[in-house]
Design a protein around this ligand. Sequence first.
Ligand SMILES: Nc1ncnc2c1ncn2[C@@H]1O[C@H](COP(=O)(O)OP(=O)(O)OP(=O)(O)O)[C@@H](O)[C@H]1O
Ligand SMILES: [Mg+2]
Length: 331
Amino acid sequence: MENAGQPVLKVRNLRTGFATPAGTVVAVDNVSFDLHRNDVLAIIGESGSGKTVTALSLIKLISTPPGRYLGGSIEVEGTDILQLDEAAMESVRGRQIGMIFQNPRASLDPSFTIEFQLIETLMHHDPSLTRAAALDVATRSLQEVGFPDTARVLASYPHQLSGGMCQRIGLAMVLACDPKLLIADEPTTALDVGVQAKILLLLKKRSRETGLPIIIITHDMGVVRAIATRVLVMYGGHVQEEGEVDDVLSSPRHPYTQALIRSIPDPDQAIEEISFIKGEPPNLLSPPKGCRFAPRCDRAVALCHATVPEWRGIGEGRMVRCHLAETGAAQ
Ligand SMILES: Nc1ncnc2c1ncn2[C@@H]1O[C@H](COP(=O)(O)OP(=O)(O)OP(=O)(O)O)[C@@H](O)[C@H]1O
Ligand SMILES: [Mg+2]
């Protein structure tokens, strides 16, 4: 792993929230992590844990009300993008950071054909490209994400294509712009198994060959195992654990990570035997006073209910937010 040198992305104590009539929802709370070249970081966690808000925060899409940055920094190649104005951010998005949205249609405009949108994006990204050259790049990029019949796709409007097809077009558009960092929010959820494998292989190849650092948000441990080098586990807006993928999956130190891994159904398991994490995720308007997971944790002691655990290192490349990580109680 080529992890030496400065991280491409350095996130420190990031806090973002939403103003609601009932108060501020802090959806991302004191999140810190680094991303180096060649890293493929999988962000996992139950629904509502703050994965998408983290991703949107990283490309500064939380700035419009009710969204608000509450603190921290996001350094991309040494520049804190939270200090940039919207005009400067326009060139960071796409050029430096490519984003695949969880909603596959979010990056496409319903009123234009795919050909028009791909060509406009590519020519905006590289003004020296002719229309013919941009069409050529677009065609090759569509083939890369698994479209044999590119003519039909290019002539279509987004509503004429399935969610999975739009997702792949979004990916083709982003990869063709050659970003320095790729963020993909559940990029394979809408895809069938064959296309999913092809996309994962494409991302893995891109990361290996060019060092492209990738953040991939997923609910699928198969995806984590197939592509990730590191894993970051979110719960209730906090990062609870982070480390090398094999370490975290084989010896999770946080009871939440352990419960999450236990709750992944085995393909042979009957539906009645699947283990669910008991209880409900926290209400972020009034989160628990101590560890966010304490109310659902069967190992919690008084300290866990009273004090938020610090985000701390527990060995080579391993971080955790749990009072019990070293005592053996959380093994
Ligand atoms: N516009 C908003 N206004 C108020 N609260 C919001 C808004 N967007 C997100 N939230 C809250 O932020 C929290 C985190 O949401 P987020 O979309 O990041 O979850 P997620 O981990 O991506 O879940 P999923 O796996 O379902 O995609 C949730 O509690 C959600 O209700
Ligand atoms: Mg999400």
